[in-house]
Structures are given as C-alpha cells and as structure tokens.
Write a protein that binds this ligand. Structure first.
Ligand SMILES: [Zn+2]
Length: 257
C-alpha cells in the first residue's frame, strides 16, 4: 500500500468501516510510514477533542421552553396521515408493478450465476482475511507438526468432520500444522503448508452444493485463491505464492485427496 491508497482509506480505518484485510494493510503502512502515521495521529486527536465535554454546550432552559412552545399542539396527530400515505403507496406500487415483474423475471434468469460468483468472491475475501490474520496475529497454528498422523487426529472432537490431511514434503510443500478457523459462519479446518518462505493456508469444510471444477479466484491484495473439491470437502487454498507454484500445490492436493 502506498501513501495515496492510505490517504483514501485512513478515515474509514479511523471509523472502523474497513474490511479486515484493508484494516491490516493500512495498519502495516502506518507502522512503516511516519508521514501517514502523523496524519492518522492528528485525525485521532481531533476526533477525541470533538468528543470532549468541553466542546459541548447545554441549551439554556429558556431556549428549550421557547422551542417547546413553538411546536403546535396538534403535531402528535401523525397517525391520521397513514391511510392516505398507504393509498398513495398502493397507487405508486401499481404503476411500477409491470416493470417490477419484468425485473423479477430477469433476476431469476441472471441472479443464480451472479449470486454464485458473488458468493465465491465473498468466501475468497473471507479466506484471504483469515490468511492475513493468521500471519499477523501469531495465530498461524493450534497444532504445530510436520506429521500428518498428529495433525489429523488433532481435529477429532473439534469439528464435526474429519479433513483429509496429507504431507507434501517430498514434493516441496511440507505440512507444518493446523488450526481451527471460522469461514462462512461455520468452524472449518485450516491446514498450514510451507513452500520456501511462503505460507499456504488450506481451508476445508464439507461441501454442501454441487461440486464444480477447480477455479482461481483473483483477489486484489496480492494473494491468490484456488477453490476446489477434495474428497467431498470444499477446499480453499490461499497464499502469496506465484500462481504456477500454487497450481502445482493445488494439483497435489486434488491427487492426494
Ligand atoms: Zn504513507
């Protein structure tokens, strides 16, 4: 992230409006860039000052009384307005009914594909966020072991399924551990592999939908995400590894399962 990107996101970060991956990226930039860090500190200080009680003034009792007197006594009879509003709404709705019906038909034709894609993109964003979090929050592994016979039983009793666990050390992708994670509102298995200095997170949970062919889902933060099905598991692979190496790993995973 450069300073221009940081400047765009800094207010969202301050107000806690960013997604986790962007939050982590901007935090990293603020740690490295004294200029943006100063700007961020100034914004925070201003926000704190604005919240300060000393900046607020209580309205004098006389002003409150004047405002109260200026409101007509009949104001609370708002309830009477509802039938008229409802009639107007029904008339408006009638005028839009035909276009809406056409829209609904189009949505039925187009939506399943779009929703499928959007859902995949949403899961991809989630697995990238989990991947980044696992690297930054020193919570990469709950069980650190290069032995698949240690990692696999570790999941017993922690999940309602048993993920396939294979070590690919001979192929250059050693298994280094596993942990529990949370994707799509459910607990999932996260297997951690390494290749050179790169960490690969493999997220797995039982597949509920129909199984499709493997796909690459591009994400904007420099991570690559592969989605596939392995032994009845929905399987998401994420890493900053280059796409060719990641594909090689994904191939091993599919063959291993
Ligand atoms: Zn900067």
């Amino acid at each position: 992230m450069n300073c221009d990107d940081a400047r765009l996101l800094i207010h969202g970060h301050l107000d806690g409006e960013l997604d986790l991956a962007s939050d982590l990226q901007i935090e990293r930039h603020l740690e490295e860039c004294p200029h943006c860090a100063r700007e961020y500190a100034a914004l925070r200080a201003m926000r704190t000052r604005l919240k300060d009680e000393g900046f607020r003034f209580a309205a004098p009792a006389e002003l409150k009384e004047r405002i109260r007197r200026s409101i007509p006594a009949s104001a609370p009879r708002r309830a009477n307005a509802y039938p008229a509003q409802r009639a107007a709404w029904v008339r408006r709705a009638g005028r839009f009914a035909v276009p809406m019906a056409i829209g609904a038909m189009l949505a039925l034709v187009i939506a399943p594909r779009t929703i499928g894609r959007n859902a995949d993109q949403r899961v991809a964003d989630e697995v990238v966020a989990s991947h980044v979090r696992s690297l930054m929050a020193t919570h990469l592994m709950d069980v650190a072991s290069t032995d698949q016979h240690t990692v696999k039983p570790w999941f017993n009793g922690k999940l309602d399924f048993s993920p396939p666990v294979t070590d690919f050390a001979k192929e250059g992708f050693p298994l280094v551990g596993g942990r529990l994670d949370y994707i799509e509102d459910r607990p999932v298995a996260a297997l951690v592999y390494q290749h050179a200095k790169h960490v690969i997170n493999v997220f797995m949970w039982p597949s509920s939908g129909h199984e499709t062919s493997p796909q690459r889902i591009e994400t904007e933060h420099g991570y690559h995400v592969d989605q596939m099905f392995v032994a009845g598991m929905n399987c998401w692979v994420v890493s900053d590894l280059n796409p060719q190496e990641l594909d090689r790993f994904a191939g091993l995973l599919r063959a291993g399962g």
